[in-house]
Design a protein. Structure first.
Length: 218
């Protein structure tokens, strides 16, 4: 009895192993499969079952056996083959290596590698675009904050000017009030002095040219 190709058989058995389903797993009700692209997949799956740690080498083998790639609604990559489906072990015998296309393995490897690189570049571009949007949003928020701060500072300056003018006016008013209070506070004494000195004769009397004593000197 013929057996499936070793690569195909290993891949199918890995997918059927419940202990490895967190790394390699069926999707679309067993119509396709997917895998996690991480270091654990390279060491625990590729190195152990396929004697390689290069994901591109694994993709090349899939390409050589006629697998195709598609993306689901979550933009995750899935690999499928019309004869590679869950529960249809006998169909694995129909999968042949290298007879599905006229391209040589090197060309297929290049196509798979370019497709993978293109996908990675698109993912990086998408990430950069998202980061750019976040930065732009942060800049808009910072501009709004700076504008609010400037408005607050303007209001504080205006208030300071008003208070300064009010303080100066109040100081001037207090000075005027104090001066007038002092002035009018001594009004009785000033009136007394005025009344006293207005009726006084000069130091030299005009009569007999004799000295006239001041009324305060006895």
């Amino acid at each position: 009895m013929k057996n499936p190709k070793k690569f195909i058989l290993n891949l199918y058995e890995i997918l059927e192993d419940p202990n490895l389903q967190y790394l390699v797993y069926w999707v679309d009700n067993g119509q396709a499969f997917s895998f996690q692209r991480n270091s654990e997949f390279e060491t625990r799956i590729l190195q152990k079952y396929f004697r390689t740690t290069n994901v591109h080498s694994f993709l090349r083998q899939l390409c050589l056996y006629g697998f195709k790639m598609r993306k689901n609604d979550k933009n995750s990559k899935e690999y499928y083959h019309q004869n590679f489906k869950k529960g249809r072990f006998k169909d694995l015998l129909k999968i042949k290596r290298g007879n599905h296309t006229n391209q040589n393995p090197d060309q297929q490897f290049n196509i798979a590698g370019f497709a993978e690189q293109n996908f990675l570049l698109q993912e990086k571009l998408k990430y950069l675009q998202e980061q750019q949007q976040i930065i732009q949003q942060q800049l808009r928020i910072q501009c709004q904050i700076q504008l609010l701060i400037a408005q607050k500072i303007g209001k504080i300056v205006d208030l300071f000017v008003v208070l300064k003018e009010f303080h100066e006016n109040e100081t001037q008013q207090r000075f005027k009030f104090t001066f007038l209070s002092v002035l009018f506070g001594y009004k009785p004494s000033m009136e007394f002095l005025q009344d006293t000195f207005i009726d006084m004769n000069s130091p030299m009397s005009e009569f007999l040219f004799s000295p006239n004593v001041f009324p305060f000197i006895q």
